[in-house]
Design a protein around this ligand. Structure first.
Ligand code: SAH
Length: 356
């Protein structure tokens, strides 16, 4: 009797990889497209549901691959129908992903790492550092799991890589995942409907541009000068705003995609009208969009959003400078939908003694 080999995640294979496998099994290469359509387009939960795939090939698939690796350990639904999953990976680590509904938009927010090394002071994801990168299949599974929460008439319209982790620190796994989401025979989502959010790693921004697909780029700026940004976003100390903006300008030149700058509004820290003036000065000559995000409170952190009046003043000052700006609405507030909060609870829960 031969020892059982561990199963491979099917979603770790790209189209070419799966075609090669099919050919190795003596099947036609086009079977790969059929299989991928079942997984990405038809929401199957099991290989046996792939009716037009020959039974013998299905049996081989079952022998060698798993369709889903991560287990959903928590599923929360907010009053605005935002849904959040906490998934346990095969090594016991956890990740989070979120589904947001707004009019006809169905946006999924996905994670790229277990934890985060960036250490932004307001963010729950980085409180315990980074454990490891996610694999391509682990990134894709989040989209597949969330897609299966949708009703028969609903379709994913947008993907934002704004969950746990720094996406540009894991481009090797992320790019094949995004390309599968974009691929016609898989999820078939237009590149313009996919957004990668980064703390601002210039080499990563350039590598993403060189990849040649017009994915949207969002840069998490959070401060209009280096002195303040070094305090809020510690990695900035070895990068600096000039280098980030130069890389983002190159991204725009190469892809033609307008760059979004995210700015979490933190009461008493980066929310003064003077900060808005400085931000306006940085961005008014650029083809940029500013997305202001009121701080979503995180349990162990003593940080809050500014008052509505203060946020309005900030918006007005940016508009005066001619900057395109939106103030993001909070979604899923009653289910801790800000990144990393559920995973953090899971970790805290794990180290607390159980009640006796
Ligand atoms: N590392 C990437 C992607 C993850 S963070 C990045 O830095 O962009 C995705 C977005 O969520 C970032 O703009 C981040 O600033 C924001 N965010 C994180 N914690 C938040 C909180 N507590 N409240 C509001 N926004 C938060």
């Amino acid at each position: 009797m031969s020892a059982t080999l561990p199963l491979t995640r099917l979603t770790d294979l790209d189209r070419a990889g799966l075609s090669d496998w099919c050919v190795e099994q003596g099947a036609d290469a086009y079977r790969a497209d059929q299989i991928r359509r079942w997984i990405f387009g038809k929401r199957v939960g099991h290989f046996d549901e792939m009716h037009d795939v020959p039974v013998a090939l299905r049996a081989k698939l079952k022998d060698q691959f798993m369709l889903f690796d991560a287990q959903v350990v928590r599923h929360q639904v907010a009053s605005d129908r935002t849904e959040k999953l906490l998934c346990e990976l095969s090594d016991g680590e956890h990740l989070e992903c979120v589904l947001m509904r707004e009019t006809s938009r169905r946006t999924v927010c996905i994670s790229t790492q277990v934890g985060c090394a960036m250490g932004c002071v307001f963010c729950a994801s980085g409180l315990n550092g980074v454990k490891r990168n996610l694999a391509t299949g682990e990134i894709l599974e989040q989209v597949l799991r969330l897609d299966r929460l949708l009703g028969p008439e609903e379709r994913i319209t947008n993907v934002v890589v704004m969950g746990i982790g720094e996406p540009l620190a894991n481009l090797k796994a992320l790019l094949p995942a995004l390309d599968t989401l974009n691929e016609k025979g898989a999820l078939g989502l237009g590149a313009r409907r996919i957004t990668v959010s980064t703390v601002g790693l210039p080499d990563g921004i350039r590598a993403l541009a060189a990849h040649g697909k017009p994915y949207n780029l969002a840069v998490s700026l959070h401060a209009p000068n280096d002195e303040l940004r070094n305090r809020i976003v510690p990695v900035n100390a070895r990068i600096g705003l000039d280098a980030i903006l130069a890389a983002a300008d190159d991204y725009f030149d190469k892809t033609g995609r307008r760059v979004t700058y995210e700015y979490v509004l933190l009461r008493g820290i980066n929310d003064e009208v003077e900060h808005a003036r400085q931000l306006g000065a940085l961005l008014s000559d650029r083809n940029a969009h500013v997305n202001l995000i009121p701080m979503n409170p995180v349990e162990p952190l003593h940080l809050d959003a500014p008052s509505v009046v203060q946020m309005r003043k900030f918006v007005n000052r940016l508009e005066q400078a001619g900057v395109n700006v939106t103030l993001r609405k909070r979604k899923g507030a009653d289910i801790d939908a800000a990144c990393g909060q559920l995973r953090l609870q899971e970790q805290v829960g794990a180290i607390q003694p159980s009640p006796t």
